[in-house]
Design a protein around this ligand. Structure first.
Ligand code: UD1
Length: 341
């Protein structure tokens, strides 16, 4: 019988791509999403790409009662928990919203796992838990630094909740994936990143500027201690990232985990500066976007990229999609949703 995976936040950017890869890998998928930062088009996209009639429940993971009904309706073997609020800047202004959403939803998922005998969880963590690292690249052993935003703090707290819960309930297994910077879209251009309002992240801002929705990109800072002065990140293709979830899920269900709770960096291992990324985007898509250099953005770090050797070896997974292809897919998706030829 097929394994059934609950994907919370499955209509979102990373969740939708992961749902596709899970179905492709032979899992049954059920999506729960409250559509607060996503819409049904993503679910339609998943269904079109996979040809599977993936069930979707419009439920807020913070609603314990509604979630317990979902657990009664289906027979889950495993869960991938994406559902969370994720805008760093907004989290500074609305910390209570972030603490409530991100922590309550994980507590509900864990309690329902314990009470319904569901044993495997993949959790969306973030490289933000490393803060501004002293040594690069960062490994999973690199010490976490105090978070510089409530959002980052929720990721640290959720990792700790997971660790403590698994220590007390050894039948539960968990893997936290620390994502670096996910970008790009599915090669079909049927699903991709669609932030509501003005994009806070770099690539959606670039594609919306190219599409004429935004006047000009602001590059936040050119006075960092990096080769061209702009900040450096590890940009990972969202399909590669999605496949890391499938590898993590298989590791747990096939009993290959080395301990109940494991952590993996999910990046490419390559650092790219903001200006390098902007230039590559222009080059591979053969267009120009207007940009200006402005001051640094509060809370930003200078540079971070992943040591991915542990994930490569243990998960048998490596990021494969070249950055050029990723930046082409990001633009193809933006053109598709804006009806640009
Ligand atoms: C941040 C979080 C990350 C979180 C992600 C989700 C930190 C350190 N990182 O990533 O944990 O998962 O958001 O939203 O908190 N930039 C511009 N102009 C723009 C937008 C961005 O120059 O209009 C620059 C930023 O200054 C940064 C880089 O582009 O140097 C990437 O920014 P962004 O896409 O927002 O991701 P992070 O801040 O790295």
């Amino acid at each position: 019988m097929k394994e059934c995976v609950l994907v919370t936040g499955g209509a979102g950017f990373i969740g939708s791509h992961t749902a596709v890869e899970l179905v492709n890998a032979g899992y049954d998928v059920v999506i729960v999403d409250d559509l607060s930062n996503s819409d049904m088009n993503a679910v339609e996209g998943i269904r079109r790409i996979t040809g599977a009639d993936v069930p979707m429940e419009v439920v807020d993971c913070c609603d314990y009662h509604a979630m317990s009904e979902v657990f009664k309706k289906y027979n889950f073997n495993s869960i991938i928990h994406f559902a969370a609020s994720k805008a760093v800047g907004e989290s500074v202004v609305k910390p209570l919203l972030y603490y409530r959403n991100n922590i309550t939803s994980l507590l509900n998922v864990l309690e329902l796992m314990r009470d319904n005998g569901v044993d495997n969880l993949v959790f969306s963590s973030s490289c933000t838990v490393y803060g501004e690292p002293d040594v690069l690249p960062v490994t999973e052993q690199t010490p976490r630094k105090p978070a510089n935003s409530p959002y980052g703090n929720t990721k640290q707290i959720c990792e700790d909740i997971l660790r403590d819960t698994i220590a007390a309930h050894p039948q539960i297994k968990g893997i936290a994936l620390r994502y670096f910077n996910p970008i790009g879209a599915h090669p079909s251009a049927l699903i991709g990143e669609l932030p509501k309002g003005v994009p806070g992240n770099l690539v959606p801002f670039i594609t919306q500027t190219a599409a004429g929705l935004r006047e000009e990109l602001s590059v936040f800072g050119d006075d960092y201690n990096t080769p061209d002065g702009s900040a450096v990140r590890d940009y990972i293709d969202v399909t590669d990232l999605a496949k890391a979830h499938v590898a993590a899920m298989a590791r747990m269900t096939e009993g290959r985990s080395k301990s109940g709770y494991e952590i993996f960096n999910v990046g490419t291992g390559n650092g790219l500066s903001v200006l390098e990324l902007v230039n590559k985007f222009q080059e591979v898509n053969n267009l120009k976007i207007k940009y200006k250099i402005v001051g640094r953005r509060a809370g930003d770090i200078e540079k971070i990229w992943a040591d991915t050797s542990y994930a490569n070896k243990e998960l048998g997974w490596t990021a494969k999609v070249p950055i050029e292809e990723t930046l082409r897919s990001a633009w193809a998706w933006e053109k598709n949703i804006r009806n640009i030829e």
